[in-house]
Write a protein that binds this ligand. Structure first.
Ligand code: FES
Length: 101
């Protein structure tokens, strides 16, 4: 069974917002899409921009460096689905956001 690690408090991630957390040496981006939490690798496939600092609109985050867009649910780059960032399973228990790495 997958092990879930607490990475953040739900109260710190309002709907429509994103944030970056460090877990076991990895940088993970968290997104709150209308109350559903998604987790992806934080690193943009273009030049390594921090996706957790990007702008979230619906399921799409825009990289703050050069505006590549990714669907945070699937990890796919919008319009070029051969580019895909890793995504992680998320579980919310009370105020705890937990991620399976
Ligand atoms: S580093 Fe993300 S778009 Fe360039």
């Amino acid at each position: 069974m997958a092990e879930y690690i607490k990475v953040a408090n739900l109260s710190e991630l309002a709907p429509g917002s994103a944030k970056t957390v460090q877990v076991n040496g990895l940088e993970i981006a968290l997104f709150n899409v209308n109350g559903t939490i998604y987790a992806t690798d934080n690193t943009c496939l273009h030049q390594g921009g921090p996706l957790g600092e990007g702008v979230l609109e619906g399921e799409v985050v825009t990289c703050p460096w050069h505006m590549w867009e990714y669907n945070v649910r699937t990890g796919e780059k919008v319009g070029e689905t051969e580019y895909r960032i890793p995504t992680f399973q998320v579980k919310v228990e009370g105020n705890d956001i937990k991620v399976s790495l």
